[in-house]
Design a protein around this ligand. Structure first.
Ligand code: AMP
Length: 411
């Protein structure tokens, strides 16, 4: 019995050596291949490369086979994709980026992106066959961000066949002003008065466009006539179709603050991972011009985001910050099941009494988290490794896979 056992062991050993030899040979060969691929080369080469990775990891550690090693974290190449995929790689996932051809050369500089799928336009992601192809090849989880939301309409987004991290149903509540206000009211967030019509304009108001436009096209008015003039300008430039596309809020005076949260449905805990403010042109540029020149100029303050600036809050403000986040999580569970798994952001201003007025929320990762690729003053209090929001997302996916609770974090 022991002889035949030894014989079997010997032949298994031979097969292992042979497998190892073939794999090593293929690996040397593959080193000469690019890590990213032009579109016409995608099928064979990606398959070979991924087969090698899976085979290698199973040789080293069988347990990798059943865990996150086989899942690919994917996103669209824009907004916060670098941070998201760097974080995914740090947590041990394969990474994949769908990017516009014109940006292919830029993204291929980043070695933590395993596979790049170039497309002519992000709209290609609405194609069901394209989605199924990605699912078959990569077993991906799609991380949604502002570009996905501004590229697709909500029906297209809800119909995506790739599992989406977070609650895809709540993204409709982010982009629809009426639903958004409903969720903010349910969360008991103090927010600026919404005007039903231009006839109610009196005092300083801010006029916004629907959807995640990064503040683009917003303008200030103090009366109905100014509103009509500005709206006409946007209609002529084809930015909007009619005045119905605009949305009027009372201007909330104060300093802008964006609170970056992460809610884990697995541990049922809310984390504050960072705080920022946006750097907006022209509103942040106007203060650089002395008032006499401001008065003489025709610069209209606009709110187009060009970047983000880090903020740390007075510590005494943090209890209310956590309370607002908790209320938002609770309200979202009630109104939009399964609620708010993952990153979200409450956006508003602090007035001169340090009271917060929230004018928006984002129900997914915001670009302001790009500030904290190597952690923030808040994430450092919770984690011993640099924990970006992107990495936190992948950590949650890893925990979900390991505890067979992936349905808690994807929709
Ligand atoms: P949002 O797209 O709603 O995040 O707004 C873009 C920018 O417009 C913000 O960063 C603020 O500077 C400004 N903003 C939006 N709503 C208000 C408001 N109600 N009062 C004052 N400023 C606002």
């Amino acid at each position: 019995m022991s002889a035949s056992f030894l014989k079997t062991k010997k032949s298994v050993g031979k097969i292992n050596v042979l497998t190892h030899f073939i794999l090593n040979y293929l690996q040397v060969y593959l080193r000469h291949l690019p890590t990213t691929y032009p579109k016409n080369l995608i099928p064979d080469k990606i398959l070979i490369k991924r087969w090698i990775e899976i085979s290698n990891s199973s040789l080293i550690n069988q347990s990798n086979m059943k865990t996150h090693k086989k899942t690919t974290i994917m996103t669209l190449g824009s907004h916060c994709s670098l941070q998201v995929l760097k974080g995914a790689k740090d947590e041990g996932f394969d990474t994949m980026l769908v990017c516009e051809e014109k940006r292919y050369d830029m993204y291929k500089r980043f070695k933590f992106i395993d596979d790049i799928i170039p497309v002519k336009s992000f709209r290609e992601i609405t194609d069901a066959k394209f989605q199924m192809d990605l699912v078959d090849r990569f077993n991906p989880i799609l991380i949604p961000h502002g570009t996905l939301i501004s590229t697709l309409n909500m029906e297209e987004l809800e119909n995506i066949k790739i599992p989406i991290f977070g609650n895809k149903w709540i993204l409709r509540w982010e982009s629809d002003r009426v639903l958004k206000q409903k969720l903010m009211n349910e969360s008991d967030l103090h927010s600026p008065i919404q005007l039903e019509s231009k006839n109610e304009i009196g005092g300083l108001c801010i006029v916004k466009l629907h959807g995640a436009a990064g503040g683009k096209g917003y303008f200030l008015v103090t009366n109905k006539k100014e509103f009509e003039e500005q709206a006409q300008r946007l209609i002529e430039s084809k930015t909007i179709e009619s005045e119905e596309d605009l949305f009027i809020q009372k201007y909330a005076n104060g300093v802008p603050v964006y609170l970056q949260y992460f809610y884990s449905p697995i541990s049922d805990e809310l984390e504050l991972l960072g705080i920022d403010r946006r750097y907006e042109t022209d509103i942040d540029a106007i203060g650089r011009i002395p008032s006499k020149y401001q008065m003489a100029s025709i610069i209209e303050p606009s709110y187009t985001v060009v970047g983000n600036i880090p903020i740390v809050l007075r510590e005494s403000l943090l209890p209310e910050v956590f309370s607002m986040g908790e209320r938002f999580v609770k309200a979202s569970k009630k109104l939009v099941p399964p609620g708010m798994p993952g990153p979200f952001c409450i956006e508003g201003v602090y007035d001169n009494n340090a009271n917060f007025t929230a004018f928006e929320f984002s129900a997914r990762i915001v670009a302001g988290t790009n500030l904290y690729v190597s952690g923030s003053p808040y994430s450092d209090l919770l984690y011993d490794v640099p924990m970006s929001m992107g990495r936190r997302i992948s950590l949650e996916i890893k925990k979900a896979i390991d505890s067979s609770k992936i349905e808690l974090v994807t929709t």
